[in-house]
Design a protein around this ligand. Structure first.
Ligand SMILES: N[C@@H](CCC(=O)N[C@@H](CS)C(=O)NCC(=O)O)C(=O)O
Length: 240
């Protein structure tokens, strides 16, 4: 077992009880480390030095005795190399593949709705505006914040999530949530009795949609009762 494991996070810190981070990916890795019973310290980064940790400028980054690993999926696989099979317990080869496909689904198909909720929707925008830009000197704060907001929303247009506007984006999200509701297990976890990579990926992003600071979106998740009960079970099993 490594001596020092550091999970690097945004300086904004945990946004609410039960949400280790504003970043769904940091939340995912925090829950993965707890599930794998790997002790770690969660540490805010100096944003000016982020590229020293990850040249791509993204979080999460996990430092394991000085070795820096970025990208949530790669980080989970690296944790599994210390604790073999910890995120695919009880699964055969097809199940293992499916667990990682669902984990990838969270990254590629659910995370953009978290971004839309917080960055494109005027009701969610006060959350990143206050938490991420609050420490920037007042004269330039508005300019920097609106420039980055524009960049994030343009990126969502390019990724085809916002091309038809926010209403169309949420319609599509509603259909995805309905399908997840229909697919959610009545008991246990996504692929059976054990928490797997599928649960970590799905939980991180859908739980982030029900952040209390964005109640309009939390309500949308709450309408899906079976999915919500499932998320509560993953939450309880991975809180540590
Ligand atoms: N595929 C990456 C995505 C990570 C990601 O998008 N992180 C966000 C924070 S939640 C970030 O660092 N965004 C800043 C950027 O992309 O410039 C992963 O799985 O870790």
């Amino acid at each position: 077992m490594p001596e020092t494991v550091i999970l690097h996070d945004f300086p904004a810190g945990g946004p609410a009880e039960g949400w280790e981070s504003f970043s769904p990916f940091v939340l995912e890795v925090a829950r993965a480390l707890k599930l794998a019973k790997v002790p770690f310290e969660q540490r805010p980064v100096n944003m000016l030095k982020l590229k020293e940790l990850n040249p791509l400028g993204q979080l999460p980054v996990l430092s394991i005795d000085g070795e820096k690993v970025s990208d949530s999926t790669r980080i989970l696989k690296r944790i599994e190399s210390m604790k073999p099979g910890v995120f695919t317990a009880g699964l055969d080869a097809r199940g293992v593949a499916e667990a990682w496909l669902w984990e990838e689904f969270g990254d590629a198909c659910l995370y953009p709705y978290v971004l839309a909720t917080r960055w494109a929707d005027d009701r969610g925008w006060p959350v990143p505006r206050a938490r991420f830009f609050g420490s920037i000197p007042a004269p330039i704060r508005g300019l920097v914040a609106s420039r980055i907001r524009k960049g994030v929303t343009n990126n969502l247009v390019e990724r085809d999530f916002l091309r038809g506007g926010l209403t169309a984006c949420y319609e599509r999200m509603g259909r995805v949530l309905d399908d997840l509701e229909a697919r959610a297990p009545e008991a246990g976890f996504w692929l059976g009795a054990n928490v797997t990579a599928a649960d970590l990926g799905l939980f991180a992003h859908v739980h982030s949609l029900r952040l209390p600071l964005t109640p309009f979106q939390a309500q949308e998740v709450a309408k899906r009762a079976k999915l919500s009960r499932y998320l509560d079970r993953v939450d309880a099993a991975t809180r540590g």
